[in-house]
Each structure stands twice: as structure tokens, then as C-alpha cells.
Design a protein around this ligand. Sequence first.
Ligand code: PLP
Ligand code: ZN
Length: 405
Amino acid sequence: MLFSYISHLFCPKCKKEYTTKEKHQLCECGSPLLVAYDLDTLKANLTPEMIQSRKPSLWRYHELLPVEDSKNVVSLGEGMTPLLEMPKLGKDMDIQHLYMKDEGIIPTGSFKARGAAVGVSKAKELGVQQLAMPTNGNAGAAWALYSSRAEIKATVVMPKDAPTITRNECAVAGANLYLVDGLISDAGKFISEAIKDWGLYDASTLKEPYRIEGKKTMGLEIAEQFSWRLPDVILYPTGGGVGLIGIYKALNELKELGWIKGKLPRLVAVQAENCAPIVKAWNEKKQESEFWPDSTTIAFGINVPKAIGDFLVLEALYNTNGYAIAVEEKQIIEEQKKVALLEGTFICPEGAATFLAARRLREQGWIKEDETVVALNTGLGIKYPNTVDIEVPILNLSDSLYKNV
Ligand SMILES: *Cc1c(COP(=O)(O)O)cnc(C)c1O
Ligand SMILES: [Zn+2]
């Protein structure tokens, strides 16, 4: 049996096809490329039961991943993250069946590990020795760490305001790291030039076709964790939108395999009010977004003013009767605190934004009280130690607790 049922790459815009034996970046037409699999043959050879007995890592879905030789798998044990019930938070927002897919519990502390594990493994298989990418922090950290495990040299450029810990992760991994006084789009300009000048492999979001395949596994896991019966709504904090495109791709592949039936979950793109290009495009029923000037948000992973895969995100929203919502900046940290207080989990601000969005969509009636709702928490709260302001009483040695508390 084959390790991977990958068949070819295709362009979702102009439909041109490419083989998978050599390196490819964007299509000639400028669109990202997607990976196709021989699902007809796979259907005859693989069943959900066979998957269930495999190790709890994202590689349990290796037939639906692009790495063809298991020797090339670069793994830190990523995937099969918990799907947690959130009963108290659910009660607080009047949603009876609220779940969190918790991507904090993963190597590098953010779900970027999924894209990096699969992307770096495939880069290794293709003989890549040096790669480069702009990042808002977490992707750079994950790619730098997986690259060092794969003996690939990584060059990373990130905004100087990106979470400090992600710099440190790149640095300890031995990446060439640069900071830029600007946004991820500015970092991207430096990378594009370096790629041209030095012939590096471009690992920017969606400029190589394999990162999305790693993120796709969130969709596969959600389906498996719900015993192949799907939730009604999935909310996703959307920057580049790779995870949302990936989840949509996963669910469609599972449908083609016949492992899931019926309507797909309504997918929701969650953005912050001061960086909401996808929401604006969705409100205007457009197929693509426009660059969002002067974007800013504490949920740093979703500070992306223009996503190269925006048209794929919007397509996924339109095709699933989904929604795009911008949440209030000030409320994100309040929601983060509420999640910790009620459910004991310290999630990242991006994850908090998805819960806030669920709350708002329930208030509007778009989510019904008895629907099953999954919010993605894309990383650990402890990667952002400065987002929560607290005041703690300091004890003098002669004090007693009762005086101070
Ligand atoms: C990158 C990132 C996101 C956004 O992911 P996309 O798939 O690029 O939209 C959300 N949350 C966190 C914590 C991230 O690091
Ligand atoms: Zn094309």
C-alpha cells in the first residue's frame, strides 16, 4: 500500500496541473497551487476503522498527506489535539454544545506546527536545503524549529512587534532571523527579493502547496473526533486563512471518500475589527479582498492586511453558508479571561476572538442554541505573556495574607 495517494498539483484559478516530483511555488497565473489525491483508489484501500488504531499524530492520515516516503517525515509528535467540551462557557453564551479544538497542546505551542511538519517534510523530500519566509511569529518559529530538525537552513523575517517568544524560538533553532519595523506584508517584500537573488525555496503562506495540507489535518481530526458526524459550525481566526481553506479541503476530501455525509459545517472566518479585509469582502459579496491599510490587533496571528488565498477563504464561506465576522478589539482579552476563569484554559488572543465571535453570532441568532459549535484555539496563551494586565499584592515579610488579600 502507498504511503501517500498524492497525484498532482492543480491551480484553483486557471486549472493548470503540475507534477509533484519537483519544487513548485505559485502557478504561472499567480494563484496558489493545491494538492490533489487519487481518492478513488484510496477509497478502495482505506477505511476509517484502519485509521482509528494508528498513533495519535497527524501522520495517521498519511495517505491524505503529500509526503511519499515515510523516511522523509519530520515529526515532533504533532496532531491529534484535544477536542474539549466547554459547558460553562457554552452556558454563559447560551450555546448548548460548545467545543474547543485546542491547538495550544502541540509542539511549538501553536497550530503552525501542523503546516511546518508537513511543509518541511515535503521540502526535505524535494531536496530543499534553504527556505525563507515572512511571518507574524508563530509560523516562523515552527518552520525554524522543524527546519533545524530536518537540517534545512531557514531565513525568517518578522515584524518587530511580533510576540517576543517567537523570535527566541527562531534564534535558538539557528534560523537567520531579521526584524522589520512594519507588517508581515513588509517582511514579505524582503523575502521576495531574497528569493529572487539567492534562489531560496519560498515557504511564505500558500506560496508552496504543502503547508495547507498540514493544516488540513485539523479538519480531518475534528471529523474523526466527532465519529465522522460533523458539527454545525466551525469558527476559525483568520489571517492568511490557510487553516480555514485546509479544513474546507479536508471535509471535501472526506466527502469524496464517503466517510462523511450531508451538509458541511458552516465555516466562520473570524477577524479583528481593525484588520478585517475578508469580512469587508464578504459583506460586499466580493470574490477577493482588498489590502487593509494600517491594520492592527492584539491577536497578532490574524494581523494580515491582504491574504494571497483570500478568494479560497471566501469560496469556502460562500459554499458552506458560512459567515465572516469582525470582533471588537477591546473584548478579545475579556473573552480570554472568561475562558480561563470558566474552563481553566489559557488560550491565545486569536482563539479568544473565535469564542467572542461565537458569542456575537449566538446573540444575533445566526447560531441556534442547540447547534454543535467548534471554536479553534490556535495557540497557547502563555506565548503572549504581556496581553493580560494584572495587579498582584506584594507581601512584606511581616504581613499576613488576610491583611493583603
Ligand atoms: C497564524 C495564526 C493564525 C491565523 O492562521 P491562518 O491560517 O494564516 O489564517 C491564527 N492564530 C494564530 C495563533 C496564528 O499563529
Ligand atoms: Zn493558475
